[in-house]
Ligand binder design. Structure first.
Ligand SMILES: *Cc1c(COP(=O)(O)O)cnc(C)c1O
Length: 556
């Protein structure tokens, strides 16, 4: 549904889309024969402003596709509510310095001849209601397949990135329908095994509510009976069409995006074989300029061979620190210009930026105001950023809460909330802080990728043991954990208890380990920065991830 390939192409909302973009960048670097399909999102996700009360204000994002991509003349049609809706594609090519390249097709229904409502189907990423979402998924899954066919692509494997694209399996079922007459069971007409053979599915969501479900009434009304309803119910769920279940039933290879997430998914969908391929980030994209220069000098070739990070010890301590300070200063200057909060270069700076939503607990560090004031006044400064989904009232309220706390802590802890989080700001903030804080409620962080970006920049992770951090964390070596180990059963504990335990641990480590080390043991700090690069960036990059998709999912 979303691909974040460049900052100015606002067809992404967050981690899922940016991961898709990183996937394609690594695919191009590795010269993999791939083509990607997504929606144009002509009005983007939204542009975020925040008023004086900390209230988020959303406006459609204006951008001009023709500046970045080319509209192809081919038209395909999908049936929506009985109408033939025309779909066109904008072509963007991901080009790598290795000369590899991957086309992306951005599907667009804003085509002359379509009725005004249908022209808006590809306008808003994650906008509208259930009906709008299903129409988008028809365009993506079925329209996408027809466009690939129309353009003459011959596809050996279809990789569905999240369940949003699962309707493509129906188009495949129709394509490979067996020509048997007089079958005693109509279901034999549908060659499920053949479709399974060529489909790969990656799930990204560790909670039930995160999976798209549509009532069959809505399905019939929107897309008609593409395949007989009884067959669809066999494949997509008895009571409603569950896009994840549809993809699970029609994919030979299924994976979660971190080891733990693979386990969680297995429990959520018993009876399916679910593997795990832990996410990675595109090293070249997510390394700041000052460190890029340093890596070029000491680890030439690192961008296309992130394994070279294993030799990070070649970089002299003082040069690593100087490169970090260069980026940190640029960030502090940026924050001061944006907000006038007057941050300084030498204070331990902690960053927290990602989608604003309840389970990510951006306010956990303020659970006990007296404690945070006591241990951190004058010793830390905090930089926040992140958008809340327009219908996520809790998420919006959290942004307001952070703003209120910022006022309350004035003169004690300097805080800033940077508006309109995007890929450029992500790199700026993540690479320029000293510590990257992540406090999700277990086990809801399927993977998380921003911490991997931090590691690429020698920024220390201080995080709940969930998602990728369970695999990347070595205490006091690559960063620090918050809260209990993931093996400890947390399902039985209530949220209150978990919040308290996690916050207590956060305070304890901040006061007794992190703040003292930052100010009084720079040598150990720099050693840890090296470990983050040599152990975490070395592994949690999308080159490694793509090699695994190829060997474990695509060519098996
Ligand atoms: C990497 C990235 C994310 C993902 O952040 P998480 O902390 O992993 O959720 C979200 N938004 C943008 C713009 C990003 O670049």
């Amino acid at each position: 549904m979303e691909i974040g390939i460049a900052n100015d192409i606002p067809t992404y909302s967050g981690g899922l889309g940016v991961l898709a973009g990183d996937t394609l960048k690594s695919g191009a670097d590795l010269k993999l024969p791939m083509v990607a399909v997504t929606l144009l999102s002509r009005k983007g996700y939204f542009t975020q402003d925040i008023n004086d009360n900390g209230r988020q204000i959303e406006t459609p994002t204006k951008w001009e596709p023709s500046k970045y991509m080319t509209l192809l003349p081919e038209k395909v049609y999908v049936q929506i509510e009985g109408r033939d809706v025309a779909v066109q594609a904008w072509l963007y090519i991901v080009k790598s310095l290795t000369s590899g390249c991957i086309p992306i097709l951005f599907l667009d229904t804003d085509v002359a001849g379509n009725n005004p409502g249908d022209r808006e189907i590809t306008s808003y990423l994650y906008g509208g209601d259930q009906i709008y979402r299903l129409k988008q998924e028809v365009v993506l899954g079925i329209g996408g397949m027809r466009m690939l066919h129309e353009l003459g692509f011959e596809i050996k494997k279809y990789h569905m990135n999240e369940g949003h694209a699962s309707l493509l399996t129906l188009e495949l079922l129709i394509r490979y329908k067996r020509a048997i007459e007089d079958v005693w069971d109509e279901r034999l007409v549908w060659d499920v095994d053949r479709v399974k053979d060529i489909c790969v599915f990656t799930t990204h969501t560790p909670i039930e509510a995160g999976h798209d479900q549509f009532s069959y009434d809505l399905v019939l009304q929107t897309m008609g009976e593409l395949i007989p309803l009884n067959v669809l119910r066999d494949l997509g769920g008895k009571d409603s069409l569950n896009m994840t279940r549809l993809a699970l039933n029609l994919s030979e290879f299924v994976n979660g995006v971190a080891k733990k997430h693979g386990e969680v998914s297995k429990n959520m969908f018993p009876g399916y074989e679910i593997s795990a391929i832990t996410n990675g980030v595109h090293s070249f994209t997510w390394t700041c300029d000052s460190l890029k220069k340093l890596y070029d000098k000491y680890l030439p070739g690192w961008a296309n061979e992130p394994e070279l990070f294993v030799r990070v010890g070649r970089i002299p301590d003082d040069e690593l620190w100087a490169a970090h300070m260069e980026t940190k200063k640029a960030l502090i200057d940026f924050v001061n210009t944006e907000t006038g909060v007057g941050m300084d270069y030498d204070t331990l700076t902690i960053g927290f930026a990602r989608r604003a939503t309840a389970y990510k607990r951006p306010d956990l560090i303020f659970r006990n105001m007296e404690t945070i004031e006591r241990i951190a006044s004058g010793k830390i400064q905090l930089i926040y950023s992140g958008k809340a989904h327009p219908r996520d009232e809790n998420g919006k309220w959290l942004i307001e809460k952070i703003h209120a706390i910022k006022e309350r802590l004035k003169g004690k802890i300097k805080m800033a909330y940077i508006r309109n989080y995007d890929m450029d700001k992500a790199l700026k903030i993540i690479s320029g802080v000293d510590v990257w804080l992540n406090t999700p409620l277990r086990p809801r962080e399927a993977s998380g990728t921003s911490g991997m970006k931090a590691a690429h920049n020698g920024v220390m992770n201080f995080s709940i043991l969930d998602g990728w951090w369970i695999e990347g964390h070595i205490e006091g070596f690559t960063g620090w954990s918050i809260g209990p180990s993931p093996t400890e059963s947390t399902l039985s504990a209530d949220i209150e208890t978990m919040d308290r335990r996690d916050a207590d641990d956060l305070y304890n480590k901040l006061e007794n380990i992190i703040i003292p080390m930052y100010y009084h043991d720079r040598r150990t700090w720099i050693r840890m920065m090296q470990n983050a690069i040599g152990k975490n960036a070395y592994y949690f990059n999308s080159h490694r991830m793509m090699r695994r998709y190829v060997t474990e999912a695509y060519i098996r």
